[in-house]
Design a protein around this ligand. Structure first.
Ligand code: NAG
Length: 233
């Protein structure tokens, strides 16, 4: 279990997509209702609303920026937001317009995604595993999964908080890191607790032994965990 931890090489972890959706829609999805609940919408709901010109990526990004500024002082689930997020959202909206309405855009096109702070992003954000020790570090490249997300059209909205060093530092409480303090999603548990705080359409965590299963379970969040057969790095 105690796999040696390295924040820049996520090859040691199974990488997991948490689809942040606090209700499992059973047929009557938000799409059919007159008002779409962005907070509870699936990626497919959002894509359909984009396609029907009922929603823009900018609106989704602005919604989550609002959630982050409203809730993050309490929940502390986000360490940094991407300073380029609105620019990336506008770019996605323009691309969609240029190709609309018929052609298919990539699956995650224009969808804001949070990635856990131990997943390297080569952008204006820091990758610190929750620790001040790595603040200002310049990573050599995007993590493999980040490249895949960007190639699939996703907007990296920010860095999700986590248990510092994914608990490999020692006996710190679940969901605590120096950079945000104690995370307070409903039941902080496991090191990917910030990823389960529902502050983006989707968020990516990492897990060695329960870091995603535990917080998503406690917070009624849907998570997807791939098998370790080369689907992720
Ligand atoms: C990254 O860390 C530096 C401090 O080293 C800080 O000035 C900068 O604002 C951080 N980036 C973001 C996007 O918060």
């Amino acid at each position: 279990m105690a796999t040696k931890f390295s924040p820049l090489s996520n090859s040691l972890f199974s990488l997991l997509l948490l689809v942040l959706q606090t209700t499992l829609s059973s047929g009557s999805s938000a799409v059919t209702s007159p008002t779409l609940s962005i907070r509870e919408a699936t990626v497919a709901d959002l894509q359909l609303a984009f396609k029907k010109n009922q929603l823009t990526s900018r609106q989704v990004v602005e919604f989550y920026l609002g959630e982050i500024s409203r809730l993050n002082p309490i929940l502390r689930g986000v360490i940094e937001v991407n300073p380029d997020e609105l620019h990336l959202a506008d770019k996605a909206d323009q691309e969609r317009k240029a190709k609309a309405p018929s052609s298919l855009l990539l699956g995650l096109h224009g969808i804001p995604i949070l990635v856990k702070d131990n997943i390297a992003t080569k952008d204006k954000m820091n990758t610190t595993s929750g620790s001040f020790a790595l603040l200002g570090l310049i990573v050599p490249r995007n993590a493999f999964v980040v490249t895949k997300l960007i190639n699939a059209g996703a907007i990296i909205l920010g860095k999700a908080s986590m248990s510092e060093w994914a608990h490999f530092r020692g006996d710190a409480p679940n969901g605590w890191c120096a950079r945000t303090g104690q995370g307070k999603d409903t039941y902080p548990c496991g090191s990917s607790s910030g990823s389960a705080a529902n502050m983006a359409a989707v968020s990516l965590g990492t897990e060695t032994d329960g870091s995603i299963l535990c917080p998503s379970c406690y917070n009624s969040v849907v998570r997807i965990k791939p098998t370790v057969v080369g689907l992720t790095s």
